[in-house]
Design a protein. Structure first.
Length: 416
């Protein structure tokens, strides 16, 4: 019944949220693909890290996600069933009234899949006319109810309102699934693969800024989008991700962020996370920086007279990627990026060998639709064995998954 089924598990803010952890485990063990959605209040009772570890995907909490612009629609359209356990009076009321006041209620309104609601609240709340009215409204719309049980409640009270036991809810959801037709692969995408579960991944993103004075800097055009796409894809595939970034972008939910600005800061931060199982250096690190940084803004002159333009002496920055390659521990997979404008593959192949990398991702940043600021990219993946994997123009997320597919193969994991 559960095998291969996509179950959205909604957890709202009640003391009974701990039972949802057990329910999640029961459904996972039965072969379901469980996507947890937690309200803000639910996270006051059970930490999201618990569901991150147990479920098939990381917890979703906000309708304004980094990876999916319409997560509520995606959840609603791809779910075989949505289960809300525990369902508080507030969530039940919002659902009955058609109010989408968060990701969970929005997903409930955006789905045509069967919904199983499992109320849990104090006896006085459960017996209130408004709550009972909302329950009947939902039943009238075909929503399945797993009514609460009598027993000990929060605060030591005894009465009806206790969330049904996980085994009872599990059986009720199984009955709902048993009545559904077999899932057609054409109905939606396959469940995301979690082939990086338990794998630590460090990703760098963005272009560094090398100060000239307190106002000006030497920089580059990197937007950080490709690095963020890799961090997001690794997270979705189960990895524990650290993103070291100089880009002015919001970090993907569930990813550990380390903010840096200069090449020196990038080097220090990367060194602190250099023991990761996988390192993907997608950042565009400056090759040069000013030898001397002016303590005050360099003025062009006073009284309308221009001073002579300053001469800025540059020096090399440390090659972070080469340093990582020289110190690479056994078993680690090290990935570099080569942003080139000429002789792209030759230059990338030389860097791959010279820096002791496992994978090099080469792209011509002067090509239309590729490189900096675009949402698409055109790359060739080069491996240390001399093989190459050219990709056509595609989204940066698709590039990210292709890179991670290659990493998974090198680590001995299954290809997507």
């Amino acid at each position: 019944m559960f095998a291969g089924r996509r179950v959205v598990l909604g957890v709202s803010g009640g003391i009974a949220a701990y039972k949802a952890v057990i329910l999640c485990r029961l459904m996972i063990d039965a072969g379901a693909h469980v996507i947890p959605v937690m309200t803000a209040a639910a996270q006051r009772f059970v930490g999201r890290a618990t569901f991150d570890a147990l479920a098939s995907e990381r917890v979703l909490t906000s309708i304004f996600g980094e990876n999916d612009p319409i997560p509520h629609t995606t959840l609603g359209q791809t779910a075989d069933v949505i289960v809300v356990a525990p369902a508080t009076a507030r969530v039940i009321g919002s659902y009955a009234a058609g109010i989408s006041d968060g990701l969970l209620t929005a997903a409930l309104l955006a789905t045509r899949a069967p919904v199983v609601v499992c109320p849990a609240m104090h006896t006085e709340m459960w017996e209130h006319d408004a709550v009972q009215h909302n329950i009947e409204v939902l039943r009238g719309r075909g929503v399945h109810m797993v009514v609460p049980e009598a027993g000990r409640l929060a605060g030591g009270d005894i009465g009806t309102g206790r969330l049904a036991e996980p085994a009872t809810i599990f059986a009720a959801v199984g009955e709902v699934l048993a009545g559904l037709p077999e899932r057609d692969p054409a109905d939606g995408p396959p469940p995301p693969q979690r082939d990086f579960a338990g794998v630590s991944v460090t990703v760098t993103a963005g272009g560094t800024r090398e100060a000239i004075d307190p106002v000006r800097f030497i920089g580059n055009r990197s937007s950080g989008k490709q690095g963020y796409a890799i961090a997001t894809a690794a997270r979705d595939r189960g990895a524990d991700v650290t993103l070291i970034t100089s880009a002015p972008l919001s970090p993907p939910e569930g990813v550990r962020e380390v903010r840096v600005e200069s090449a020196a800061e990038m080097e220090a931060a990367t060194g602190a996370h250099a023991d990761a199982d996988v390192i993907v250096m997608a950042a565009a690190v400056a090759d040069f920086r000013p030898v001397d940084v002016a303590p005050q803004k360099i003025k062009k002159g006073n009284s309308g007279e221009r001073a002579q333009a300053p001469v800025i002496e540059l020096e090399h920055t440390n090659d972070i990627l080469a340093g990582l390659g020289a110190r690479k521990p056994p078993g680690q997979v090290l990935v570099g990026f080569a942003a080139e404008t000429a002789d792209v593959l030759d230059n990338a192949a030389q860097k791959l060998s010279r820096k002791n990398l496992d994978v090099m991702v080469a792209n011509d940043v002067s090509a239309d639709g590729a490189g900096f600021a675009y949402d698409t990219n055109i790359v060739t993946i080069l491996l240390a064995d001399g093989s190459t994997r050219p990709l056509p123009i595609c989204s940066k997320r698709e590039v990210a998954d292709a890179v991670l597919d290659t990493v998974a193969e090198l680590r001995g994991g299954a290809h997507r």
